[in-house]
Design a protein around this ligand. Structure first.
Ligand SMILES: [Zn+2]
Ligand SMILES: [Zn+2]
Length: 325
């Protein structure tokens, strides 16, 4: 009799599964934002920035018609992201629970078993499995939308179309809800930047011409528009109307050759209390002093305590507080 040294290889970890789920999540997000970015480049938004309501309503509708194949692909990516996130939860209890309902072929010939070749739980059984096996359960609302996306994805896979027209806004809203349900303990904007630096595009992000922070800073106005009032509160912990300020560290990261930081559109921080600014993007707390900005025309009164420049910098307009100005 041989003492077997064979083992089960490629056993997944909850971290890697969750990580891939988040990568897919932000890849879907970014595709949806780019649908809009490309349109705005050719048809600049007017008074009403919503393309379906503004002067380009007809062009927008025609464009979205043409975007359907891309939006179908996004739908599949969202489904995959959901699936992996739920598998990560089950895997955290035990990776072997992912094999429930499957009967692996076992052989009398000794040898390693490759986990990645075994059949794991069906997508349709995942919500019930999570709710039976994991401490943290899924809401009815989430399960309903999970099933909806799954059935749309199946139609696309089997029939080549979903039978209904996809709207980018609806898919964006879906993504916002997904994050709130699955990753509420994480910081959305911080994740957005981290995962932007882990895409193919990141190859070009040298920090000189382009950077992950610059990419996200560019889409910031679209991000804040896409996230509705009640979701905003859940995602960022502040009201959508809360006054926001510049984070000098993030502005520095986003200041690259191909991106000029606009002080009005790049505000990522808010006052946690009178003397502390918290940045949603880098997650850091900064202490500030409350003094009137010395720059002409700026009514700001939140000033940094050095650290980023030779002198203090205004968190509203971004100008340095030199005695002369
Ligand atoms: Zn920051
Ligand atoms: Zn100022």
């Amino acid at each position: 009799m041989n003492a077997g040294s064979q083992m089960i290889v490629n056993v997944p970890t909850p971290q890697t599964l969750n990580d891939v789920a988040l990568r897919l999540y932000f890849s879907a997000w970014s595709s949806l934002i780019y649908v809009r970015v490309h349109f705005d480049e050719a048809f600049p938004p007017g008074e009403d920035s919503r393309p379906e309501k503004g002067g380009w309503a007809e062009e927008w509708s025609e464009y979205i018609e043409g975007c359907q194949p891309e939006l179908q692909a996004v739908c599949s990516v969202i489904q995959q992201s959901n699936e992996l996130a739920l598998k990560a939860r089950i895997c955290a209890v035990s990776p072997y629970l992912l094999l429930l309902n499957s009967t692996p072929k076992l052989s009398t010939v000794p040898g390693d078993i490759d986990f990645s070749e075994l059949r794991t739980i069906d997508a349709s059984d995942l919500p019930a499995s999570v709710n039976s096996l994991c401490k943290e359960t899924l809401s009815d609302e989430y399960i309903r939308s999970y099933n909806e996306i799954r059935s749309l994805r199946n139609k696309i896979a089997h029939l080549g179309h979903a039978g209904s027209k996809f709207e980018p806004e609806t898919l964006l809203e879906l993504l916002v809800d997904q994050y709130i349900e699955l990753w509420s303990e994480r910081a959305w904007l911080t994740d957005r930047v981290n995962f932007a630096s882990r895409t193919g595009l990141a190859f070009f992000q040298d920090g000189k011409y382009t950077s992950a922070a610059a990419e996200v800073m560019c889409e910031l106005p679209l991000i804040f528009t896409a996230i509705k009032k009640s979701a905003f509160k859940k995602l960022f912990g502040i009201e959508k109307t809360t006054r926001r300020y510049l984070c000098h560290a993030c502005v520095t990261d986003a200041s690259v050759r191909y991106h000029e930081v606009d002080p009005v559109r790049s505000r990522t921080a808010y006052l946690k209390d009178k003397f502390t600014l918290h940045c949603l993007m880098c997650g850091v707390d900064y202490s500030v002093v409350r003094e009137a900005c010395r720059s002409d025309g700026c009514t700001g009164n939140v000033i940094s305590r050095s650290g980023y420049a030779e002198c203090d910098v205004c968190h509203t307009c971004g100008s340095e507080q030199t005695e002369a100005s």
